[in-house]
Design a protein around this ligand. Structure first.
Ligand code: AMP
Length: 396
């Protein structure tokens, strides 16, 4: 059974073809610069990466280019489209309509469309990816896997904002949460790692990448998370501000003579550790700049560590303790500095870091010293595998 996993963004299409007997990735790749010019990078599991400039005026052409690469005599891994048994799509926003993955039908597409209003950057290209797949791979079942679905178990006290209630009723303004597939995957793995049944474990998962969020997972359910109505709320991120006083928005509009949209753009694209440091949104650059004595890079990192640690503290309160804190995603998996500095705030719980294990890469590991009040783990995430597994479970 081969599952094709698609993640369709506004100008890119990421794909993986996974053989579910053994869960082996047969090939993966990305179509970039869709609607601009077009580039395809394709990596078969047993071969070298193949890069080509291909005209990609739209997403249908991108799906076509991906299929050509998968079927190619030299770099391909299948000989006919029929060898793709099902397609799993990453869909960013499922609103209150979807609390689990579903087979894509006309009704489901309408549901995804209804969420375009609250996810204008993500859901429209997700839908285009579905339609392009229907056109070029007719008859192959398609499944939607939502970033928001795992967080549909949040209780009202966690998801309601203290605004006039009518705005929740009229516009569905509430906390939704994102990175759900990743939080679900790493929390399940972490429960296995510590040898506790998933439905009895309390876990705090820290997905720290370009976008970053933390989730409180209690008895296998998301009970709180830092991202909100949009992926702008919560932690300080690469270019996103995370939480700020909402009054800053109108103040900036007046002072800079700019629109609400302009401020939103600043908060999404020019803030976070990039805005604070003026150096970069990439933690490798920031750590190098700090080591070279750059004061603003140092303070940007400190703001980031502090906010992550405070959010972990909130979830320790929310769940009345935790069995483990888990780090994942680009920064969480690769930065010993971030893990060490966040754990420093947890010293009062008896958390000590084993630096030899904190230096490991790409493996599931515990980084705390024996007897730690809370265990701290690193679990590499694998969102594509979750999408493929859900797709298999649904169409299987
Ligand atoms: P993601 O969004 O999960 O792909 O994470 C991407 C981010 O991970 C990059 O922007 C970097 O900030 C960070 N990252 C990747 N490798 C490293 C590393 N070796 N050390 C620190 N940060 C890293």
């Amino acid at each position: 059974m081969n599952i094709l996993v698609l993640n369709c963004g506004s100008s890119s299409l990421k794909y993986q073809l996974i053989d579910m007997n053994g869960e082996n990735v047969l090939a993966k790749g990305i179509c970039e610069r869709i609607g601009i010019d077009g580039r395809l990078k394709h990596s078969p599991a047993d071969g070298d990466e193949f890069v080509a400039d291909v005209a990609l005026p739209d997403h249908t052409e991108a799906v076509g280019a991906m299929l050509d690469a998968l079927l190619d005599k030299e770099h391909g891994v299948i000989s006919e489209i029929g060898e793709i048994n099902a397609i799993g799509h990453r869909i960013v926003h499922g609103g209150e309509y979807f609390s689990a993955s579903v087979v894509i039908t006309e009704d489901v597409k309408r549901g995804i469309e209804k969420c375009c209003d609250i996810a204008p950057l993500h859901n429209p290209p997700n839908l285009v990816g579905i339609e392009a797949s229907e056109k070029l791979m007719p008859g192959i079942p398609q499944v939607a896997v939502f970033d928001t679905a795992f967080h549909q178990t949040l209780p009202p006290k966690a998801y309601l904002y203290a605004l006039p209630y009518e705005y929740y009723e009229k516009y569905k303004i509430r906390k939704y949460g994102f990175h759900g597939t990743s939080h679900r995957y790493v929390s399940e793995r972490a429960a296995q790692f510590i040898g506790k049944p998933y439905d009895r474990a309390k876990l705090i998962t820290c997905h720290l990448g370009g976008g970053a969020s933390i989730c409180a997972v209690e008895n296998g359910k998301s009970v709180d998370t830092t991202m909100g109505f949009t992926p702008l709320e919560g932690l300080v991120m690469g270019t996103r501000s995370g939480d700020i006083d909402p009054a800053v928005i109108s103040y900036l509009m007046q002072k800079e003579h700019i629109s609400a949209k302009d401020v939103e753009n600043i908060l999404n694209k020019k803030s976070g550790v990039l805005g604070l440091s003026g150096v970069s949104s990439d933690f490798r650059d920031l750590e190098a700049a700090k080591d070279a004595g750059n004061e603003r890079a140092k303070i940007a990192l400190e703001v980031f560590f502090y906010k992550v640690a405070k959010s972990i503290g909130e979830y320790l309160v929310a769940m009345n303790g935790a069995d483990a804190v888990v780090f994942t995603a680009g920064i969480g998996e690769n930065s010993p500095l971030v893990r060490r500095e966040v754990c420093r705030y947890l010293a009062f719980l008896g958390v000590g870091v084993d630096e030899a294990r904190n230096a490991l890469r790409g493996v599931e590991t515990e980084i705390t010293t024996p007897g730690s009040g809370i265990r701290v783990l690193v679990v590499p995430t694998n969102e594509e595998l979750v999408i493929a597994r859900d797709t298999l479970a649904i169409v299987g």
